[in-house]
Design a protein around this ligand. Sequence first.
Ligand code: PEP
Ligand code: MG
Length: 588
Amino acid sequence: MKAMFSLFGIPVSQGIAIGRAHVITNTAMETLHYLVPEEEIEGEVRRLETALLAVREELTTLRSDLPEDAPAELGALIDVHALVLADEMFSKEPFNTIRARRYNAEWALMTHIEEVSAKFDSISDPYLRERKADLEQVAERVIKALAGVKEEKPIVASESDQVDLIVVAYNISPADMLKFRESFFKGFVSGTGGKNSHSAIIARGTNMPAVFALSGSLPLIRQNDWLVVDADTGVVIVNPSTLVLEQYRAKQVTQQKAKRRLSRLKKMPAQTKDGTAIGLMANIEFPEDCYTVVDNNADGVGLFRSEFLFLGKGSGVDSFLDEQEQFEAYKKAVTLMKGKPVTIRTLDIGADKVVGSTEKSSVLNPALGRRGIRYSLSEPDIFLVQLRAILRASAFGSVRLLLPMISHGSEIDQALGLLDKAKDQLRTQRIAFDEAIQVGAMIEVPAAVLSLSLFTSRLDFLSIGTNDLIQYALAIDRVDPEVVHLYNPLHPAVLMLLKMTVEHANKVGKPVSICGEMASDHQLTRLLLGLGVRHFSMHPAQLLKVKQEVLLSDLTVLAPKVSHILTLVEDSEIEVAVHDLHQEEMSI
Ligand code: PEP
Ligand code: MG
Protein backbone atom coordinates (compact mmCIF):
# COMPACT_ATOMS: atom_id res chain seq x y z
CA MET A 1 0.00 0.00 0.00
CA LYS A 2 1.49 3.33 -1.06
CA ALA A 3 1.63 6.18 1.45
CA MET A 4 -1.11 8.78 1.21
CA PHE A 5 -0.08 12.45 0.95
CA SER A 6 -1.61 15.76 -0.09
CA LEU A 7 -0.41 18.45 -2.47
CA PHE A 8 -1.71 21.99 -2.53
CA GLY A 9 -2.34 24.09 -5.62
CA ILE A 10 -4.82 26.62 -6.91
CA PRO A 11 -8.39 25.48 -7.45
CA VAL A 12 -9.40 26.69 -10.91
CA SER A 13 -12.78 25.03 -11.23
CA GLN A 14 -15.13 23.20 -8.89
CA GLY A 15 -16.00 19.69 -7.85
CA ILE A 16 -14.18 16.49 -7.04
CA ALA A 17 -12.54 14.03 -9.42
CA ILE A 18 -11.33 10.59 -8.41
CA GLY A 19 -9.19 8.49 -10.72
CA ARG A 20 -5.75 7.31 -11.71
CA ALA A 21 -2.98 9.73 -12.68
CA HIS A 22 -2.15 9.98 -16.35
CA VAL A 23 1.11 11.93 -16.36
CA ILE A 24 1.76 13.71 -19.65
CA THR A 25 5.02 15.45 -20.45
CA ASN A 26 5.13 18.40 -22.81
CA THR A 27 6.19 16.23 -25.76
CA ALA A 28 3.55 13.62 -25.10
CA MET A 29 0.97 16.42 -24.95
CA GLU A 30 1.35 16.76 -28.70
CA THR A 31 0.15 13.22 -29.31
CA LEU A 32 -3.46 12.17 -29.45
CA HIS A 33 -5.15 10.41 -26.55
CA TYR A 34 -8.28 8.43 -27.14
CA LEU A 35 -9.76 5.07 -26.28
CA VAL A 36 -10.16 2.66 -29.15
CA PRO A 37 -13.55 0.93 -29.34
CA GLU A 38 -13.30 -2.80 -28.60
CA GLU A 39 -14.06 -3.82 -32.17
CA GLU A 40 -11.31 -1.57 -33.57
CA ILE A 41 -8.48 -2.81 -31.35
CA GLU A 42 -7.00 -5.20 -33.88
CA GLY A 43 -7.18 -2.45 -36.50
CA GLU A 44 -5.23 -0.18 -34.15
CA VAL A 45 -2.66 -2.94 -33.61
CA ARG A 46 -2.23 -3.24 -37.37
CA ARG A 47 -1.88 0.52 -37.64
CA LEU A 48 1.08 0.43 -35.26
CA GLU A 49 2.57 -2.60 -37.06
CA THR A 50 2.35 -0.77 -40.38
CA ALA A 51 3.98 2.33 -38.91
CA LEU A 52 6.82 0.31 -37.36
CA LEU A 53 7.39 -1.47 -40.65
CA ALA A 54 7.48 1.84 -42.49
CA VAL A 55 10.11 3.21 -40.07
CA ARG A 56 12.16 0.02 -40.36
CA GLU A 57 12.15 0.36 -44.16
CA GLU A 58 12.95 4.05 -43.85
CA LEU A 59 16.02 3.27 -41.74
CA THR A 60 17.14 0.51 -44.12
CA THR A 61 16.88 2.86 -47.09
CA LEU A 62 18.70 5.59 -45.21
CA ARG A 63 21.49 3.13 -44.40
CA SER A 64 21.84 1.81 -47.94
CA ASP A 65 21.68 5.29 -49.50
CA LEU A 66 24.51 6.65 -47.38
CA PRO A 67 27.23 8.01 -49.67
CA GLU A 68 30.55 6.19 -49.63
CA ASP A 69 32.33 9.12 -48.01
CA ALA A 70 29.71 9.59 -45.26
CA PRO A 71 31.25 9.64 -41.76
CA ALA A 72 31.25 6.20 -40.15
CA GLU A 73 29.34 7.58 -37.12
CA LEU A 74 26.34 8.24 -39.31
CA GLY A 75 25.98 4.62 -40.32
CA ALA A 76 26.50 3.55 -36.71
CA LEU A 77 23.79 5.95 -35.58
CA ILE A 78 21.27 4.50 -38.02
CA ASP A 79 22.20 1.02 -36.76
CA VAL A 80 21.55 2.14 -33.19
CA HIS A 81 18.16 3.51 -34.24
CA ALA A 82 17.31 0.21 -35.93
CA LEU A 83 18.26 -1.62 -32.70
CA VAL A 84 16.16 0.73 -30.61
CA LEU A 85 13.24 0.14 -32.94
CA ALA A 86 13.57 -3.62 -32.50
CA ASP A 87 13.44 -3.32 -28.71
CA GLU A 88 10.38 -4.56 -26.85
CA MET A 89 9.40 -1.04 -25.81
CA PHE A 90 8.51 -0.50 -29.48
CA SER A 91 7.88 -3.99 -30.79
CA LYS A 92 5.92 -5.55 -27.92
CA GLU A 93 4.81 -3.39 -24.99
CA PRO A 94 2.71 -0.81 -26.85
CA PHE A 95 0.77 -3.68 -28.45
CA ASN A 96 -0.04 -5.07 -25.01
CA THR A 97 -1.21 -1.63 -23.90
CA ILE A 98 -3.46 -1.16 -26.93
CA ARG A 99 -5.10 -4.50 -26.20
CA ALA A 100 -5.28 -4.21 -22.41
CA ARG A 101 -6.12 -0.53 -21.96
CA ARG A 102 -7.52 0.31 -25.39
CA TYR A 103 -5.16 3.29 -25.74
CA ASN A 104 -4.68 4.55 -29.30
CA ALA A 105 -1.32 3.61 -30.82
CA GLU A 106 0.37 6.99 -30.25
CA TRP A 107 -0.67 7.08 -26.62
CA ALA A 108 0.34 3.45 -26.01
CA LEU A 109 3.75 4.04 -27.58
CA MET A 110 4.44 7.28 -25.72
CA THR A 111 3.42 5.75 -22.38
CA HIS A 112 6.33 3.28 -22.66
CA ILE A 113 8.79 5.70 -24.18
CA GLU A 114 8.14 8.16 -21.35
CA GLU A 115 8.75 5.49 -18.73
CA VAL A 116 12.05 4.38 -20.26
CA SER A 117 13.06 7.93 -21.03
CA ALA A 118 12.61 8.94 -17.37
CA LYS A 119 15.00 6.14 -16.34
CA PHE A 120 17.72 7.54 -18.63
CA ASP A 121 17.76 10.76 -16.61
CA SER A 122 19.09 8.96 -13.55
CA ILE A 123 21.97 7.25 -15.41
CA SER A 124 25.30 8.75 -14.38
CA ASP A 125 27.29 7.72 -17.49
CA PRO A 126 26.95 10.76 -19.80
CA TYR A 127 27.30 8.62 -22.96
CA LEU A 128 24.47 6.31 -21.96
CA ARG A 129 22.37 9.23 -20.73
CA GLU A 130 22.57 10.79 -24.15
CA ARG A 131 21.07 7.67 -25.74
CA LYS A 132 17.76 9.09 -24.55
CA ALA A 133 17.88 11.34 -27.60
CA ASP A 134 18.06 8.26 -29.88
CA LEU A 135 15.04 6.82 -28.21
CA GLU A 136 13.08 10.03 -28.66
CA GLN A 137 14.11 10.41 -32.28
CA VAL A 138 12.96 6.91 -33.13
CA ALA A 139 9.68 7.50 -31.28
CA GLU A 140 9.21 10.68 -33.28
CA ARG A 141 9.64 8.76 -36.53
CA VAL A 142 7.02 6.24 -35.48
CA ILE A 143 4.57 8.96 -34.41
CA LYS A 144 5.04 10.65 -37.79
CA ALA A 145 4.51 7.36 -39.58
CA LEU A 146 1.35 6.77 -37.56
CA ALA A 147 -0.01 10.11 -38.69
CA GLY A 148 0.25 8.83 -42.25
CA VAL A 149 -1.53 5.59 -41.45
CA LYS A 150 -4.75 7.10 -40.22
CA GLU A 151 -6.53 10.41 -40.12
CA GLU A 152 -6.63 12.42 -36.90
CA LYS A 153 -9.31 11.23 -34.61
CA PRO A 154 -10.91 13.38 -31.96
CA ILE A 155 -10.71 12.40 -28.33
CA VAL A 156 -13.77 10.28 -27.63
CA ALA A 157 -15.78 9.47 -24.55
CA SER A 158 -14.76 6.54 -22.42
CA GLU A 159 -16.68 3.36 -21.96
CA SER A 160 -17.84 2.74 -18.44
CA ASP A 161 -15.57 -0.26 -17.90
CA GLN A 162 -12.46 1.93 -17.95
CA VAL A 163 -10.91 3.40 -14.83
CA ASP A 164 -11.32 7.18 -14.66
CA LEU A 165 -8.13 9.03 -15.58
CA ILE A 166 -6.85 12.38 -14.44
CA VAL A 167 -4.46 14.37 -16.59
CA VAL A 168 -1.31 15.43 -14.76
CA ALA A 169 0.73 17.85 -16.87
CA TYR A 170 3.58 20.19 -16.18
CA ASN A 171 2.16 22.89 -18.35
CA ILE A 172 -1.16 22.94 -20.17
CA SER A 173 -1.42 25.68 -22.77
CA PRO A 174 -4.88 26.93 -23.82
CA ALA A 175 -4.45 25.09 -27.15
CA ASP A 176 -3.59 21.83 -25.32
CA MET A 177 -6.51 22.33 -22.99
CA LEU A 178 -8.88 22.58 -25.94
CA LYS A 179 -7.97 19.00 -26.88
CA PHE A 180 -9.42 17.86 -23.57
CA ARG A 181 -12.78 19.59 -23.93
CA GLU A 182 -14.62 16.53 -25.16
CA SER A 183 -12.26 14.01 -23.63
CA PHE A 184 -12.88 11.13 -21.29
CA PHE A 185 -10.49 12.49 -18.67
CA LYS A 186 -12.18 13.28 -15.40
CA GLY A 187 -9.92 15.95 -13.95
CA PHE A 188 -6.79 18.04 -14.47
CA VAL A 189 -3.71 18.74 -12.46
CA SER A 190 -1.16 21.18 -13.83
CA GLY A 191 2.19 22.43 -12.62
CA THR A 192 1.65 25.95 -13.90
CA GLY A 193 -1.12 28.44 -14.55
CA GLY A 194 -3.11 30.86 -12.46
CA LYS A 195 -6.81 30.90 -11.75
CA ASN A 196 -7.40 33.39 -14.54
CA SER A 197 -5.09 31.93 -17.16
CA HIS A 198 -6.92 31.00 -20.35
CA SER A 199 -6.12 27.33 -19.68
CA ALA A 200 -7.98 27.67 -16.37
CA ILE A 201 -10.91 29.34 -18.12
CA ILE A 202 -11.17 26.41 -20.54
CA ALA A 203 -10.81 23.94 -17.66
CA ARG A 204 -13.84 25.55 -16.06
CA GLY A 205 -15.58 25.25 -19.42
CA THR A 206 -15.01 21.50 -19.46
CA ASN A 207 -16.84 21.40 -16.16
CA MET A 208 -14.12 19.21 -14.79
CA PRO A 209 -12.34 19.57 -11.48
CA ALA A 210 -8.92 21.14 -12.01
CA VAL A 211 -6.10 22.18 -9.71
CA PHE A 212 -3.21 24.19 -11.15
CA ALA A 213 0.14 25.59 -10.00
CA LEU A 214 1.46 22.52 -8.19
CA SER A 215 4.87 23.16 -9.80
CA GLY A 216 7.57 21.71 -7.50
CA SER A 217 5.41 18.98 -6.02
CA LEU A 218 4.15 17.62 -9.34
CA PRO A 219 7.00 15.05 -9.75
CA LEU A 220 5.72 13.35 -6.60
CA ILE A 221 2.76 12.07 -8.60
CA ARG A 222 3.59 8.83 -10.42
CA GLN A 223 1.92 7.30 -13.44
CA ASN A 224 -1.21 5.40 -12.35
CA ASP A 225 -1.27 6.71 -8.76
CA TRP A 226 -4.78 7.06 -7.41
CA LEU A 227 -5.75 10.72 -7.05
CA VAL A 228 -8.50 12.77 -5.51
CA VAL A 229 -8.63 16.20 -7.12
CA ASP A 230 -10.58 18.54 -4.90
CA ALA A 231 -11.10 21.62 -7.04
CA ASP A 232 -13.14 23.31 -4.34
CA THR A 233 -10.12 23.67 -2.08
CA GLY A 234 -7.14 23.14 -4.41
CA VAL A 235 -6.02 19.93 -2.70
CA VAL A 236 -4.77 16.88 -4.58
CA ILE A 237 -4.64 13.72 -2.47
CA VAL A 238 -2.24 11.10 -3.79
CA ASN A 239 -2.86 7.42 -2.94
CA PRO A 240 -5.90 8.17 -0.74
CA SER A 241 -6.80 5.64 1.93
CA THR A 242 -10.09 3.75 1.65
CA LEU A 243 -11.63 5.96 4.31
CA VAL A 244 -10.62 9.18 2.54
CA LEU A 245 -11.88 7.81 -0.76
CA GLU A 246 -15.24 7.02 0.80
CA GLN A 247 -15.50 10.51 2.25
CA TYR A 248 -14.81 12.09 -1.11
CA ARG A 249 -17.23 9.78 -2.92
CA ALA A 250 -19.94 10.86 -0.46
CA LYS A 251 -19.06 14.51 -1.11
CA GLN A 252 -19.38 13.88 -4.86
CA VAL A 253 -22.89 12.53 -4.35
CA THR A 254 -23.90 15.57 -2.26
CA GLN A 255 -22.58 17.87 -4.99
CA GLN A 256 -24.58 16.06 -7.65
CA LYS A 257 -27.73 16.52 -5.60
CA ALA A 258 -27.04 20.25 -5.13
CA LYS A 259 -26.55 20.57 -8.89
CA ARG A 260 -29.91 18.97 -9.55
CA ARG A 261 -31.59 21.35 -7.07
CA LEU A 262 -29.99 24.33 -8.78
CA SER A 263 -31.29 23.26 -12.17
CA ARG A 264 -34.81 24.14 -10.98
CA LEU A 265 -33.82 27.80 -11.34
CA LYS A 266 -33.35 27.52 -15.09
CA LYS A 267 -36.70 28.95 -16.08
CA MET A 268 -36.93 31.60 -13.37
CA PRO A 269 -36.25 35.19 -14.49
CA ALA A 270 -33.10 36.66 -12.97
CA GLN A 271 -34.56 39.34 -10.75
CA THR A 272 -33.48 40.72 -7.39
CA LYS A 273 -35.87 40.72 -4.44
CA ASP A 274 -36.64 44.39 -5.00
CA GLY A 275 -37.72 43.59 -8.56
CA THR A 276 -34.66 44.69 -10.60
CA ALA A 277 -34.07 42.59 -13.70
CA ILE A 278 -30.46 41.42 -14.07
CA GLY A 279 -29.02 40.31 -17.42
CA LEU A 280 -27.17 37.01 -17.18
CA MET A 281 -25.29 36.15 -20.34
CA ALA A 282 -22.71 33.51 -21.18
CA ASN A 283 -19.08 33.39 -22.30
CA ILE A 284 -18.37 30.88 -25.06
CA GLU A 285 -15.35 29.65 -26.98
CA PHE A 286 -17.11 27.66 -29.71
CA PRO A 287 -20.56 27.91 -31.36
CA GLU A 288 -21.50 24.48 -29.97
CA ASP A 289 -21.26 25.95 -26.46
CA CYS A 290 -24.57 27.68 -27.27
CA TYR A 291 -26.43 24.42 -26.60
CA THR A 292 -25.53 24.72 -22.90
CA VAL A 293 -26.18 28.45 -22.97
CA VAL A 294 -29.70 27.87 -24.30
CA ASP A 295 -30.23 24.98 -21.90
CA ASN A 296 -29.44 27.30 -18.99
CA ASN A 297 -31.77 29.94 -20.40
CA ALA A 298 -29.15 32.70 -20.53
CA ASP A 299 -30.04 36.12 -21.93
CA GLY A 300 -27.50 35.82 -24.71
CA VAL A 301 -23.79 35.47 -25.32
CA GLY A 302 -21.90 38.30 -23.65
CA LEU A 303 -18.50 37.16 -24.89
CA PHE A 304 -17.63 34.87 -27.78
CA ARG A 305 -13.85 34.50 -27.56
CA SER A 306 -13.39 34.11 -31.31
CA GLU A 307 -9.64 33.44 -31.10
CA PHE A 308 -10.36 29.98 -29.72
CA LEU A 309 -11.59 28.97 -33.18
CA PHE A 310 -8.00 29.48 -34.33
CA LEU A 311 -5.96 28.09 -31.42
CA GLY A 312 -4.12 24.84 -32.01
CA LYS A 313 -5.01 24.87 -35.70
CA GLY A 314 -1.83 24.17 -37.69
CA SER A 315 0.86 26.80 -37.82
CA GLY A 316 1.29 30.32 -39.18
CA VAL A 317 -1.15 31.47 -41.83
CA ASP A 318 -2.72 27.97 -42.04
CA SER A 319 -4.21 28.44 -38.60
CA PHE A 320 -6.46 31.30 -39.70
CA LEU A 321 -9.94 30.35 -40.74
CA ASP A 322 -11.06 31.94 -43.98
CA GLU A 323 -14.09 34.24 -44.22
CA GLN A 324 -16.54 31.47 -45.07
CA GLU A 325 -15.34 29.21 -42.23
CA GLN A 326 -15.60 32.04 -39.74
CA PHE A 327 -18.99 33.11 -41.07
CA GLU A 328 -20.31 29.56 -40.65
CA ALA A 329 -19.07 29.46 -37.04
CA TYR A 330 -20.55 32.85 -36.10
CA LYS A 331 -23.79 32.13 -37.95
CA LYS A 332 -24.12 28.85 -36.09
CA ALA A 333 -23.88 30.61 -32.73
CA VAL A 334 -26.27 33.35 -33.83
CA THR A 335 -28.81 30.84 -35.15
CA LEU A 336 -28.62 28.67 -32.03
CA MET A 337 -29.27 31.73 -29.85
CA LYS A 338 -32.54 32.40 -31.71
CA GLY A 339 -32.60 36.20 -31.64
CA LYS A 340 -30.83 36.63 -28.30
CA PRO A 341 -27.70 38.80 -28.63
CA VAL A 342 -24.35 37.23 -29.48
CA THR A 343 -21.38 39.43 -28.63
CA ILE A 344 -18.50 38.39 -30.87
CA ARG A 345 -15.12 39.62 -29.75
CA THR A 346 -12.61 40.12 -32.52
CA LEU A 347 -9.34 38.20 -32.28
CA ASP A 348 -7.60 38.55 -28.95
CA ILE A 349 -4.47 36.60 -29.73
CA GLY A 350 -1.13 37.17 -28.06
CA ALA A 351 0.11 36.57 -24.49
CA ASP A 352 -0.89 32.99 -23.55
CA LYS A 353 -3.14 32.59 -26.60
CA VAL A 354 -0.76 31.61 -29.38
CA VAL A 355 -2.22 31.01 -32.82
CA GLY A 356 -0.23 28.54 -34.90
CA SER A 357 1.22 25.67 -32.89
CA THR A 358 4.84 26.40 -33.77
CA GLU A 359 4.66 30.17 -33.45
CA LYS A 360 6.02 30.84 -29.98
CA SER A 361 6.48 34.45 -29.00
CA SER A 362 10.05 35.54 -28.51
CA VAL A 363 9.25 38.83 -26.79
CA LEU A 364 9.83 39.09 -23.07
CA ASN A 365 6.43 40.43 -22.09
CA PRO A 366 3.88 39.13 -24.60
CA ALA A 367 0.97 40.32 -22.44
CA LEU A 368 2.22 43.85 -23.03
CA GLY A 369 2.94 43.24 -26.68
CA ARG A 370 1.06 42.89 -29.95
CA ARG A 371 -2.05 41.47 -28.35
CA GLY A 372 -5.76 41.88 -29.09
CA ILE A 373 -6.66 44.91 -31.19
CA ARG A 374 -2.96 45.69 -31.63
CA TYR A 375 -2.56 42.44 -33.54
CA SER A 376 -5.69 42.98 -35.65
CA LEU A 377 -4.71 46.53 -36.60
CA SER A 378 -1.23 45.41 -37.60
CA GLU A 379 -2.74 42.68 -39.80
CA PRO A 380 -5.62 44.59 -41.47
CA ASP A 381 -6.21 41.89 -44.07
CA ILE A 382 -6.85 39.27 -41.39
CA PHE A 383 -8.99 41.76 -39.43
CA LEU A 384 -11.06 42.71 -42.46
CA VAL A 385 -11.82 39.05 -43.16
CA GLN A 386 -13.06 38.65 -39.60
CA LEU A 387 -15.13 41.84 -39.70
CA ARG A 388 -16.79 40.75 -42.95
CA ALA A 389 -17.57 37.32 -41.48
CA ILE A 390 -19.08 38.85 -38.33
CA LEU A 391 -21.12 41.36 -40.35
CA ARG A 392 -22.45 38.60 -42.58
CA ALA A 393 -23.52 36.60 -39.52
CA SER A 394 -25.34 39.68 -38.21
CA ALA A 395 -27.96 39.18 -40.94
CA PHE A 396 -29.11 36.04 -39.11
CA GLY A 397 -29.86 37.40 -35.64
CA SER A 398 -28.66 39.86 -33.06
CA VAL A 399 -24.89 40.35 -33.24
CA ARG A 400 -22.77 42.79 -31.23
CA LEU A 401 -19.13 43.37 -32.09
CA LEU A 402 -16.60 43.67 -29.27
CA LEU A 403 -13.03 45.01 -29.57
CA PRO A 404 -10.38 43.67 -27.16
CA MET A 405 -7.41 45.33 -25.42
CA ILE A 406 -8.12 48.91 -26.43
CA SER A 407 -6.18 51.65 -24.73
CA HIS A 408 -6.22 54.49 -27.31
CA GLY A 409 -9.03 56.42 -29.02
CA SER A 410 -7.07 56.09 -32.27
CA GLU A 411 -7.33 52.30 -32.05
CA ILE A 412 -11.11 52.57 -31.90
CA ASP A 413 -11.08 54.99 -34.85
CA GLN A 414 -8.94 52.66 -36.94
CA ALA A 415 -11.10 49.65 -36.05
CA LEU A 416 -14.30 51.55 -36.90
CA GLY A 417 -12.68 52.72 -40.15
CA LEU A 418 -11.99 49.11 -41.13
CA LEU A 419 -15.52 48.15 -40.10
CA ASP A 420 -16.89 50.85 -42.43
CA LYS A 421 -14.67 49.47 -45.18
CA ALA A 422 -16.02 45.95 -44.59
CA LYS A 423 -19.58 47.30 -44.64
CA ASP A 424 -18.92 49.16 -47.92
CA GLN A 425 -17.54 46.02 -49.52
CA LEU A 426 -20.58 44.00 -48.47
CA ARG A 427 -22.97 46.69 -49.70
CA THR A 428 -21.23 46.72 -53.08
CA GLN A 429 -21.49 42.94 -53.22
CA ARG A 430 -25.13 43.13 -52.10
CA ILE A 431 -24.45 40.88 -49.13
CA ALA A 432 -26.84 41.39 -46.22
CA PHE A 433 -25.74 42.50 -42.76
CA ASP A 434 -27.15 44.44 -39.83
CA GLU A 435 -26.58 48.13 -40.65
CA ALA A 436 -27.19 49.04 -37.01
CA ILE A 437 -24.73 46.52 -35.55
CA GLN A 438 -23.66 47.63 -32.08
CA VAL A 439 -19.96 48.02 -31.43
CA GLY A 440 -18.36 47.99 -28.01
CA ALA A 441 -14.98 47.65 -26.35
CA MET A 442 -13.49 45.58 -23.61
CA ILE A 443 -12.45 47.66 -20.63
CA GLU A 444 -9.43 45.69 -19.52
CA VAL A 445 -6.57 48.16 -19.44
CA PRO A 446 -6.47 50.64 -16.51
CA ALA A 447 -5.80 53.48 -18.97
CA ALA A 448 -9.18 52.77 -20.53
CA VAL A 449 -10.91 53.34 -17.20
CA LEU A 450 -9.05 56.60 -16.73
CA SER A 451 -10.20 57.84 -20.14
CA LEU A 452 -13.68 56.36 -20.42
CA SER A 453 -15.15 59.18 -22.47
CA LEU A 454 -12.79 58.19 -25.31
CA PHE A 455 -14.80 54.98 -25.38
CA THR A 456 -18.32 56.09 -24.62
CA SER A 457 -18.14 58.93 -27.15
CA ARG A 458 -17.29 56.49 -29.94
CA LEU A 459 -18.97 53.21 -29.01
CA ASP A 460 -22.34 51.69 -28.13
CA PHE A 461 -21.44 49.56 -25.09
CA LEU A 462 -18.67 48.51 -22.71
CA SER A 463 -17.70 45.12 -21.36
CA ILE A 464 -15.35 44.96 -18.40
CA GLY A 465 -12.68 42.28 -18.69
CA THR A 466 -11.66 41.92 -15.07
CA ASN A 467 -9.12 39.19 -15.82
CA ASP A 468 -6.86 41.57 -17.67
CA LEU A 469 -7.92 44.65 -15.77
CA ILE A 470 -6.59 43.03 -12.59
CA GLN A 471 -3.48 41.75 -14.38
CA TYR A 472 -2.57 45.18 -15.72
CA ALA A 473 -3.69 47.21 -12.68
CA LEU A 474 -1.67 45.10 -10.25
CA ALA A 475 1.16 44.23 -12.67
CA ILE A 476 0.61 40.50 -12.04
CA ASP A 477 1.04 38.07 -14.92
CA ARG A 478 -2.19 36.08 -14.76
CA VAL A 479 -0.45 32.88 -15.86
CA ASP A 480 2.56 33.07 -13.54
CA PRO A 481 2.10 30.79 -10.50
CA GLU A 482 4.90 32.59 -8.64
CA VAL A 483 2.87 35.77 -8.27
CA VAL A 484 -0.59 34.28 -8.30
CA HIS A 485 -1.10 35.03 -4.59
CA LEU A 486 -0.93 38.73 -5.44
CA TYR A 487 -3.68 38.50 -8.06
CA ASN A 488 -6.46 39.93 -5.95
CA PRO A 489 -9.84 40.87 -7.49
CA LEU A 490 -10.70 42.60 -4.22
CA HIS A 491 -7.74 44.97 -4.22
CA PRO A 492 -9.16 48.45 -3.47
CA ALA A 493 -7.68 49.76 -6.73
CA VAL A 494 -9.59 47.10 -8.70
CA LEU A 495 -12.85 47.93 -6.93
CA MET A 496 -12.28 51.60 -7.67
CA LEU A 497 -11.68 50.88 -11.37
CA LEU A 498 -14.93 48.89 -11.51
CA LYS A 499 -16.89 51.60 -9.75
CA MET A 500 -15.54 54.32 -12.06
CA THR A 501 -16.45 52.34 -15.16
CA VAL A 502 -19.96 51.42 -14.05
CA GLU A 503 -20.72 54.95 -12.83
CA HIS A 504 -19.47 56.58 -16.01
CA ALA A 505 -21.38 54.19 -18.28
CA ASN A 506 -24.58 54.66 -16.27
CA LYS A 507 -24.15 58.44 -16.33
CA VAL A 508 -23.82 58.61 -20.12
CA GLY A 509 -26.44 55.91 -20.66
CA LYS A 510 -24.21 53.28 -22.29
CA PRO A 511 -24.78 49.63 -21.38
CA VAL A 512 -21.96 48.05 -19.40
CA SER A 513 -21.44 44.43 -18.45
CA ILE A 514 -18.73 42.38 -16.75
CA CYS A 515 -17.41 39.40 -18.68
CA GLY A 516 -14.24 38.63 -16.72
CA GLU A 517 -14.08 35.78 -14.24
CA MET A 518 -15.30 38.01 -11.40
CA ALA A 519 -18.74 37.77 -13.00
CA SER A 520 -18.58 33.96 -12.72
CA ASP A 521 -17.81 33.97 -9.02
CA HIS A 522 -21.11 33.79 -7.17
CA GLN A 523 -19.36 34.87 -3.99
CA LEU A 524 -18.81 38.26 -5.65
CA THR A 525 -22.26 38.65 -7.21
CA ARG A 526 -23.62 40.82 -4.41
CA LEU A 527 -20.56 43.02 -4.41
CA LEU A 528 -20.96 43.62 -8.14
CA LEU A 529 -24.71 44.22 -7.83
CA GLY A 530 -24.02 46.75 -5.10
CA LEU A 531 -21.47 48.44 -7.37
CA GLY A 532 -24.23 48.99 -9.91
CA VAL A 533 -23.50 46.12 -12.30
CA ARG A 534 -26.73 44.94 -13.98
CA HIS A 535 -25.31 42.75 -16.75
CA PHE A 536 -23.04 39.77 -16.18
CA SER A 537 -21.46 37.35 -18.63
CA MET A 538 -19.87 34.14 -17.42
CA HIS A 539 -19.17 30.55 -18.25
CA PRO A 540 -22.52 28.74 -18.74
CA ALA A 541 -21.73 26.34 -15.89
CA GLN A 542 -21.84 29.25 -13.43
CA LEU A 543 -25.12 30.82 -14.60
CA LEU A 544 -27.43 29.13 -12.13
CA LYS A 545 -25.24 29.72 -9.10
CA VAL A 546 -25.05 33.40 -9.94
CA LYS A 547 -28.78 33.48 -10.63
CA GLN A 548 -29.42 32.04 -7.19
CA GLU A 549 -27.41 34.90 -5.68
CA VAL A 550 -29.37 37.44 -7.71
CA LEU A 551 -32.66 35.98 -6.52
CA LEU A 552 -31.46 36.19 -2.91
CA SER A 553 -30.27 39.79 -3.15
CA ASP A 554 -31.98 43.04 -2.32
CA LEU A 555 -30.34 46.04 -3.98
CA THR A 556 -31.70 48.47 -1.41
CA VAL A 557 -29.83 46.55 1.28
CA LEU A 558 -26.70 45.97 -0.80
CA ALA A 559 -26.06 49.50 -2.07
CA PRO A 560 -25.14 51.12 1.30
CA LYS A 561 -23.10 48.08 2.36
CA VAL A 562 -21.07 48.15 -0.84
CA SER A 563 -20.59 51.93 -0.51
CA HIS A 564 -19.03 51.19 2.85
CA ILE A 565 -16.78 48.46 1.37
CA LEU A 566 -15.51 51.03 -1.11
CA THR A 567 -14.22 53.17 1.74
CA LEU A 568 -12.03 50.32 3.03
CA VAL A 569 -8.42 50.11 1.92
CA GLU A 570 -6.94 47.14 3.75
CA ASP A 571 -7.17 43.92 1.71
CA SER A 572 -8.07 41.87 4.77
CA GLU A 573 -10.93 44.20 5.78
CA ILE A 574 -12.38 44.18 2.28
CA GLU A 575 -12.13 40.41 2.12
CA VAL A 576 -14.03 39.98 5.40
CA ALA A 577 -16.69 42.53 4.39
CA VAL A 578 -17.27 40.89 0.99
CA HIS A 579 -17.40 37.48 2.62
CA ASP A 580 -19.99 38.72 5.15
CA LEU A 581 -22.01 40.31 2.36
CA HIS A 582 -22.12 37.02 0.52
CA GLN A 583 -23.05 35.06 3.63
CA GLU A 584 -25.73 37.47 4.81
CA GLU A 585 -29.12 35.86 5.14
CA MET A 586 -31.48 37.15 2.46
CA SER A 587 -34.07 34.44 1.91
CA ILE A 588 -35.88 34.17 -1.46
C1 PEP B 1 -10.87 39.52 -19.43
O1 PEP B 1 -9.74 39.95 -19.63
O2 PEP B 1 -11.47 39.64 -18.34
C2 PEP B 1 -11.59 38.79 -20.49
C3 PEP B 1 -12.85 38.46 -20.37
O3 PEP B 1 -10.89 38.45 -21.59
P1 PEP B 1 -9.86 37.22 -21.63
O4 PEP B 1 -10.02 36.43 -20.37
O5 PEP B 1 -10.18 36.42 -22.83
O6 PEP B 1 -8.53 37.89 -21.71
MG1 MG C 1 -8.93 39.98 -21.59
